[in-house]
Design a protein around this ligand. Structure first.
Ligand SMILES: *[C@@H]1O[C@H](CO)[C@@H](O)[C@H](O)[C@H]1NC(C)=O
Ligand SMILES: *[C@@H]1O[C@H](CO)[C@@H](O)[C@H](O)[C@H]1NC(C)=O
Ligand SMILES: *[C@@H]1O[C@H](CO)[C@@H](O)[C@H](O)[C@H]1NC(C)=O
Ligand SMILES: *[C@@H]1O[C@H](CO)[C@@H](O)[C@H](O)[C@H]1NC(C)=O
Ligand SMILES: *[C@@H]1O[C@H](CO)[C@@H](O)[C@H](O)[C@H]1NC(C)=O
Ligand SMILES: *[C@@H]1O[C@H](CO)[C@@H](O)[C@H](O)[C@H]1NC(C)=O
Length: 756
């Protein structure tokens, strides 16, 4: 968290956000103007309103804390609210009164692990419902700076926890489901809330080796931009039609994002057809000058940002310096008009100026927040996101009946985790159910003694708690170690330098191994990968679970999984690299493909041996895949495929059908992942991806049950990207892999052809 943010944050809390009052379209000065006329197109309404403001008034509307214009009956408006995985602390949000808390869901990295996009959609719908309730009671704005859809490129990144992981396809699917849940509800006339896809673009470094995000210039090739960094934003803008995007602190190829005409204007607006506004990350207009030194005067800074299309300034740079830019003629009044029209257009689409009686969203209240259903959903989401990484000799699930009169020891720094399970960007949760409390709750009625010893802190070297933990372990029948990391290790503004399990935790695990009566169980909380190879390989560690940061009911979800009341089906949305990975590549290196100074990034390009692979995750049951393979191979010509509508990447080349059968003895979920292995030689001279995900589906199967799963394979999945970002259709063999099995091969023949 940077200083700027803290200062602003404390300041806003102290003045107590007063959002939630609406413009008076009934009897106020606005009521006779087109802005209050619902029959007019929203753009026309916005343009008219802006035309009635004085220059000074317009300038007050260029910043996130926009002042009231009493003369026009326009209340003040705070544009900055947050809701990453639940309505969250931010300048626009306040908890209290009838709304002391909001649902706290697992973090996005957990939702990535669920591989269940209807879950993502349902959660997003709840968040937007609660957000509206907060707004109606004057406790939140209508614009929420969420989601974070940057690719989790490097395991050290402190904010990877805010994203659904490392894969552009998974992230695109996630953002599509999420934006629909946030922005669209039952009333098609209005945006439910306005979301904001951030941080555009190529932002995924906080502070590394002396360079922070305010100074970082991400040097990204056209190839990596088109293939990896942009796709989630393309989906967010073009397909999900988000109402706003946020330009990032970093520069992209020498130009600060908020001054970057190429990415904001050419790509986001012209190519992806952004219908909405661009907001700067908080302070990211002033950093154009102060950190990047891209400009040297305030008037030029206002000009480059406004001209690039940064419409709204989170911060106060526009407020302070726009008049000066006008005076010095680096901008004209029309530049301001355009920006304010774009932001007010979104307010109009939110129903801000329309009669409340006709708007279902305006009727939502505290009765719609933190309900029986939302509590169930948060628990369900935590269940679905838990990943079982090791389970030797079916050590799990624990049989609660066999533990009668026995003793379970929960040991370690995350066994009593509460806020820790909320990751970052969180609000006040209705409750936070830690593992110790949850285990005790389940043990009631079974006369099982559940005890807790802290053992050690997350990362400091103090061993003074070891002896108590070891004594407890000695006298216990089952010992579960709870480790991982927290926001002191990975957070906004703070990247990791090591991805090893903290040394103190490893030492405690090793001491416990010597004393336990039966092999240890290990549970890890983190928003990113850790080198867990010691646990994976040790015969004294029977099981290993990764549970991300699982939200308000994380402890209960974990207990349910360990006792077998829920059969885990989550899969890693990230590659877990060995600890040495960080020594082999600079965090500044944005390249995805391997090079002499880069072993390659993510499952698509990493050439080393992962500790646990992307997509890895076990179950208490077994699954079998079957398909008709009378056409195990097919041949197609490039020429015939090129006949497909040029613009239509979604043209289906094949539809794969796989039957998944639960062949074990308990019900369970399987996340079926479909990959394509492209031809391993490319005319472009680029290393092709080792494989790429093109479909996934999570299915629930009872014992013996079979379900058919469909994977459309479209043109996009066949294309390769050249060094200049152009997409090509190339001859060669494309292998389809479902899970780990080779299912089908498409042989493309003919001459390579440029697709786009
Ligand atoms: C967990 O327990 C330790 C040791 O008793 C204590 O210092 C810490 O505050 C507890 N954490 C929470 C979140 O309650
Ligand atoms: C569990 O065991 C501990 C350690 O012997 C003891 O202090 C505690 O009272 C027991 N708890 C219950 C509920 O029996
Ligand atoms: C990290 O910083 C040190 C000291 O300034 C420098 O020598 C080194 O080259 C830097 N490493 C990278 C990868 O930039
Ligand atoms: C068809 O698939 C089955 C597994 O589903 C496999 O055993 C068999 O060898 C395959 N046949 C061909 C021709 O690929
Ligand atoms: C897959 O399941 C469907 C319906 O359950 C069945 O009709 C079909 O024959 C099955 N296909 C294979 C390859 O087993
Ligand atoms: C996916 O999530 C939805 C929404 O919570 C749920 O109804 C469905 O059962 C989940 N799918 C699986 C396979 O678990």
């Amino acid at each position: 968290m940077n200083l700027h943010w803290i200062v602003l944050f404390t300041f806003i809390i102290s003045i107590h956000a007063q959002t939630g009052s609406f413009p008076d379209c009934k009897s106020g000065p606005l009521s006779t103007f087109p802005i209050c006329d619902q029959s007019l197109p929203s753009r026309q309404r916005a343009a008219d309103l802006v035309s009635r403001m004085t220059t000074a008034e317009k300038i007050t509307q260029l910043v996130t804390t926009a002042a009231a214009i009493p003369r026009l009956g326009l209340p003040k408006f705070e544009w900055w609210s947050e809701a990453l995985h639940g309505v969250a602390y931010s300048p626009g949000v306040s908890f209290g009164g009838d709304l002391p808390a909001a649902s706290s869901f697992p973090t996005p990295i957990n939702l990535g692990a669920s591989f269940n996009m209807s879950l993502v959609h349902r959660i997003a719908s709840v968040i937007s419902t609660e957000a509206r309730a907060f707004n109606n009671e004057g406790r939140a704005g209508l614009v929420f700076f969420t989601p974070n859809i940057n690719i989790f490129r490097d395991p050290r990144w402190g904010r990877g926890q805010e994203t659904p992981g490392e894969d552009p396809f998974l992230t695109s699917q996630y953002v599509y489901a999420l934006i629909n849940g946030l922005q669209r509800g039952d009333d098609e006339r209005y945006l439910k809330i306005a979301a904001d896809c951030k941080h555009y673009a190529a932002y995924d470094l906080e502070n590394w080796n002396g360079t922070d995000r305010f100074h970082f210039d991400a040097r990204v090739s056209d190839l990596d931009l088109i293939e990896t960094y942009m796709p989630p934003f393309e989906t967010c803008i073009r397909d999900a039609k988000v109402a706003s995007i946020m330009c990032s602190y970093n520069a992209v190829n020498g130009v600060p994002s908020c001054a970057n005409k190429f990415i904001l204007e050419t790509i986001a607006r012209e190519s992806y057809r952004l219908d909405g506004f661009v907001v700067s990350d908080c302070g990211a207009v002033s950093t154009i000058m102060d950190s990047h030194h891209y400009t040297s005067t305030v008037e030029d800074t206002v000009a480059v940002a406004l001209h690039a299309g940064t419409d709204l300034n989170c911060g106060d740079f526009y407020l302070k310096h726009t008049q000066e830019a006008l005076d010095k003629k680096t901008i004209v009044e029309a530049d301001i008009d355009q920006a304010v029209q774009r932001t007010f257009n979104v307010l109009i689409r939110l129903g801000y100026f329309d009669p409340p009686e006709q708007q279902p969203y305006r009727k939502l209240s505290h009765f719609d927040v933190d309900t029986v259903e939302t509590r169930q959903l948060s628990l369900e989401a935590a269940h679905q996101s838990i990943v079982l990484l090791k389970n030797s000799n079916k050590a799990l699930p624990l049989d609660i009946n066999q533990l009668q009169n026995k003793r379970i020891a929960l040991i370690g720094p995350t066994a009593n985790a509460t806020e820790l399970m909320q990751g970052n960007y969180f609000g006040k949760a209705p409750f936070l159910l830690d593992p110790v409390t949850a285990f005790r709750g389940l043990a009631i009625g079974h006369s099982i003694n559940v005890s807790f010893a802290y053992g050690c802190k997350i990362a400091d070297g103090d061993q003074s708690g070891f002896s108590e933990a070891i004594e407890l372990a000695k006298s216990s029948d089952v010992v579960i170690f709870f480790g991982g990391i927290d926001q002191s290790i990975e957070s906004e503004g703070h990247d990791r330098t090591s991805i090893a399990l903290p040394d103190i935790q490893l030492q405690l695990i090793q001491q416990l191994e010597k004393t336990v009566r039966s092999p240890l169980h290990i549970v890890i909380m983190s928003g990113s990968g850790l080198d867990l190879s010691y646990v994976r390989d040790s015969s004294q560690c029977a099981s290993l679970i990764w549970m991300g940061y699982a939200g308000q009911s994380g402890g209960l979800a974990l207990a349910n999984v360990m006792f077998g009341d829920y059969n885990p089906g989550g899969r890693l949305p990230i590659t877990m690299y060995p600890a040495s990975y960080v020594d082999t590549v600079s965090m500044f290196d944005m390249q995805m493909r391997p090079s002499p100074t880069n072993p390659g990034r993510t499952y698509k390009f990493y050439t080393g041996q992962a500790v646990f692979e992307f997509g890895y995750g076990l179950s208490y049951t077994t699954f079998q895949y079957t398909w008709y393979n009378d056409t195990a191979e097919s041949r197609m010509s490039v020429k015939s495929l090129m006949k497909n509508n040029f613009d239509e990447k979604k043209v289906q080349v094949h539809l794969y059908r796989v039957n998944v059968t639960n062949t074990g003895s308990v019900a369970g979920d399987d996340a079926v992942l479909a990959y394509v292995v492209p031809p391993q030689q490319s005319l472009n001279g680029q290393t092709p991806p080792l494989k790429k995900l093109f479909g996934f589906e999570r299915v629930h199967l009872n014992v013996g049950e079979t379900k058919q799963v469909f994977f459309p394979f479209n043109m996009e999945s066949l294309l390769t990207v050249a060094h200049d970002g152009a997409k090509w259709l190339e001859p060669g063999s494309h292998k389809i892999i479902i899970g780990k099995q080779h299912m089908h091969t498409i042989h493309l023949y003919g001459k390579p052809a440029r697709w786009s």
